[in-house]
Design a protein around this ligand. Structure first.
Ligand code: ITT
Length: 193
């Protein structure tokens, strides 16, 4: 069974990856005895930050590694918070939802999308490959549900009449950006292995 390191400190993401990659033997950062310091994400795009994380953790662990960089892009805010989604919330999503709704006050366009770039990195030869996923939808006026991760209770994808925070993981997977990207990754691994 192919072993893969899922390099994230976000437990919600890790849970989703575990669901998407059931046919692989997955390691998390918690499987390593020594604590690995986090890399500095100073890229200017999802692709750059995703590569920074994957390369860093692949070399720190010598494992074939998957990392992602993802975020919520709001069209009326010129794509913000985007790559700063995690920092925009700073661990307090209740406050982030209020901040986002305040910024959207008076704006008719509430369309938004989740974007992810996933990087598979091989530390033996420094070869990597990236996979994209996107999920379009809208920002709700109030937080709905408590499930999912991050901005899920404030986001409803096109075609679903509820927020990601209200639906099951199985339902979220029908629309999810990370699921779309991991499906491409699984197809790629199937072709090369
Ligand atoms: P790692 O870097 O350790 O993976 P992180 O949470 O800092 O963890 P990112 O830098 O990729 O990860 O930040 C992505 C943020 O975007 C994340 O913290 C959430 O706030 C948000 N996000 C990404 N995917 C999401 C999803 O499916 N549902 C809700 N929010 C999501």
């Amino acid at each position: 069974m192919q072993q893969l390191l899922i390099a994230t400190n976000n437990q919600g993401k890790l849970k989703e990856f575990r669901d998407h990659l059931r046919e692989f033997y997955l390691l998390g950062l918690c499987n390593f005895d020594k604590e690995i310091e986090e890399p500095i994400e100073n890229g200017v795009s999802f692709a750059e930050n995703s590569l920074i994380k994957a390369k860093y953790y692949a070399h720190a662990t010598s494992c074939l590694t998957i990392a992602d960089d993802s975020g919520l892009c709001v069209n009326a805010l010129d794509g913000r918070p985007g790559i700063f989604s995690s920092r925009y919330a700073n661990g307090d999503y209740k406050q982030a939802f209020q901040k986002l709704n305040k910024e959207l006050e008076g704006k008719e366009d509430r369309s938004a999308y989740f974007q992810v770039v996933l990087t598979l990195y091989n530390p033996q030869n420094d070869i990597y490959k990236q996979f994209n996923g996107r999920c379009d939808g809208k920002i709700l006026y109030q937080s709905c549900g408590t499930g999912g991760l991050g901005y899920d209770p404030l986001f409803s994808p096109h075609g679903l009449d509820m927020s990601f925070g209200e639906c099951s993981l199985e339902e979220k997977n029908k629309y999810d950006h990370r699921k779309k990207a991991t499906d491409k990754l699984v197809k790629y691994l199937g072709e090369i292995m």
